[in-house]
Design a protein around this ligand. Sequence first.
Ligand code: PHE
Length: 339
Amino acid sequence: MIDKIKSLVEDIKQSQTDSAEKLEQFRLKYLSKKGEISQLFDSFRTVAAEEKKVLGAEINKLKQLAQQKFDEAKENLENAAASNDAHDLTRPGEPYEVGSRHPISLTKNEIIDIFNRIGFTVSEGPEVEDDWHVFSSLNFPPEHPARDMQDTFFIEKDPDILLRTHTSSVQSRVMEKTQPPIRSLFPGRVFRNEAISARAHCIFHQVEGLYVAENVSFADLKQTLLYFAKEMFGAETKIRLRPSYFPFTEPSAEMDVSCTICGGKGCNICKGTGWLEILGCGMVDPNVLKNNGIDPEKYTGFAFGMGVERIAMLKYQVRDLRLYFENDVRFLKQFKSAY
Ligand code: PHE
């Protein structure tokens, strides 16, 4: 029996295992249930007790040798297969995903484009502001509720440093360093201390518009906004202005557009009224011009401010504002447009 084991050791060492077929033959010959090594174990049972110790150890060594050779050869074959793959230049490439712009950016860009066409430029201002630019220069009385901690995020008190609650602060920044004519748009992020819900968020985006020159009238405001509404929501769109109040405009108004879903008949989006509110506007208050170094006897102007999330909701029929901030690509990649 010991001779048999020795010749098997030699055979195993000599065996070719450099292909999948040869390796399988090797396995069948030595390691399978009916293979040489199993047979050895079978005949081992009949061996005399005093020989068992030596022979047993030899058979086990033999088995280990065969198993080791098999494992190594298998691993080599697998590695070779993997590295062949890596160099297969004919394999199709990994497809790569093309990103898309965020719906808020698309909407903002579209608003800017519409006003660019009638001569509005774009300016920006800081998000962290002082009291003067957000409130005082814009004619907010000292006791106005917007100055309350409840509505505004303060960074420092006395003197007050805060996150701007509206882009109207940029009106002030632009007027204090530019003499009319001014015809500009101020897009940006704004911050309000509000509970987050489907309709409200503590961070959102506005686009502000300002036109200051000689003889700017309310009719100019109305015509400009009608043009915007038709470009943004379609040629059929109607507008209406409702009297309102802002400290920095006089007179002030809120503008509604005819419902983009039902066209004015009444539906659950417009709550049966046929109208949707989209922005605040008015004639720049003479006090605001004066506060910012512009002569109110010579110049008049109009201003308006709209929420970008709101416009995007109406345009794309998004029902929950929070979707804009969750960054779920299944939501985000639905928006394709020229902007
Ligand atoms: N700043 C106002 C708001 O945030 C909107 C507005 C802008 C109103 C300009 C009138 C003129 O609600």
